[in-house]
Design a protein around this ligand. Structure first.
Ligand code: HXC
Length: 257
């Protein structure tokens, strides 16, 4: 099945949803997020027993939210964009079967956050991870402030978010951000194998396991996500947000206040 910005295939119980904007390194526009949501609904309707989330092309899983879209957003527009991304992340998190982020290339900003919402993360050894929003004068806005510390611990999450550090796949595995690193040439086959293994398990038990695991972090995370949405959209219209994004688009270093 094809939308403009994603593709979806379902084969032997495994749905593969690929973000398909390789020229923009699969950066997420409103259309793309809506297509991911529609693709996941289709995968659920087809009773997918495992989902693989991937990015098209050689270079990126997803290089983040689309900066050319965000640069001039007002606070209410930013809030709507944050809410849309949260909805997509929540749809992944509550999908009734495991979702694997197959990270081959850049997973930056919102791309990393999309991976964080998945059940499992597997990386090719050339993958690069980062919550790089600080370089643009903003903060993670699709769940990163809550899901990243839950996965890697508070200190590491603060280092990643405060410094905007980009880390390679081995470093990501070392801090618990990914569960498995695979040589580039073996990556696709290993992703298929993992997805097939998950799809072969009891779908009912898998759904129950996922529901119970999700419940472990429910209370504080939900409250934290609401704080994040407010804080993220409140940055729009500030000098540093405009300057940070404009500087990226003009391919120069930002000058922050
Ligand atoms: C829009 C993007 C983009 C993005 C890359 N592109 N990332 N466009 N939004 N996030 C575009 C570039 O502008 C360029 O378009 C093309 O993709 C190829 O990118 P290059 O920069 O030329 O490639 P390269 O030199 O290989 O560098 C790759 C890169 C760099 C290191 C990944 O593109 C980069 O730093 N991208 C931004 C990453 C980022 O900051 N992500 C976080 C965004 S904030 P042209 O037209 O010039 O060919 C975010 C917030 C989430 O995600 C929360 C929202 C609520």
């Amino acid at each position: 099945m094809t939308w403009d910005t994603i593709t979806l295939t379902v084969e032997d119980g495994v749905a593969t949803l690929t973000v398909d904007r390789p020229d923009q390194l699969n950066a997420l526009t409103v259309d793309t997020l809506e297509a991911i949501e529609a693709g996941l609904a289709e995968a659920a309707a087809e009773d997918a027993r495992a989902v693989v989330l991937a990015g098209a092309g050689e270079k990126a899983f997803v290089a983040g939210a689309d900066i050319s879209y965000m640069v001039d957003l007002s606070t209410p527009e930013a809030q709507a964009y944050a809410e849309l991304g949260h909805r997509v992340a929540d749809t992944i998190e509550s999908f009734p079967a495991p979702v694997i982020a197959a990270v081959d290339g850049y997973a930056l900003g919102g791309g990393c956050e999309l991976a964080l919402a998945c059940d499992l993360r597997i990386a090719a050894d050339s993958a690069v991870f980062g919550q790089t929003e600080i370089d643009l004068g903003i903060i993670p806005g699709w769940g990163g402030t809550q899901r990243l510390p839950a996965l890697v611990g508070d200190e590491t999450a603060r280092r990643l978010i405060f410094l905007g550090e980009r880390i390679d796949a081995d470093a990501a595995a070392e801090c618990g951000l990914v569960g498995e690193v695979v040589a580039d040439e073996a990556f696709d086959a290993r992703v298929d194998e993992l997805a097939d293994t998950l799809a072969a398990q009891s779908a009912t038990a898998m759904r129950a396991a996922k529901e119970a695991l999700n419940a472990a972090g429910d209370g504080p995370t939900a409250a934290g996500l609401a704080v994040e949405r407010r804080a993220w959209s409140g940055l729009f219209g500030t000098h540093d947000q405009r300057e940070g994004m404009q500087a990226f688009l003009e391919k120069r270093d930002p000058s922050f206040e």
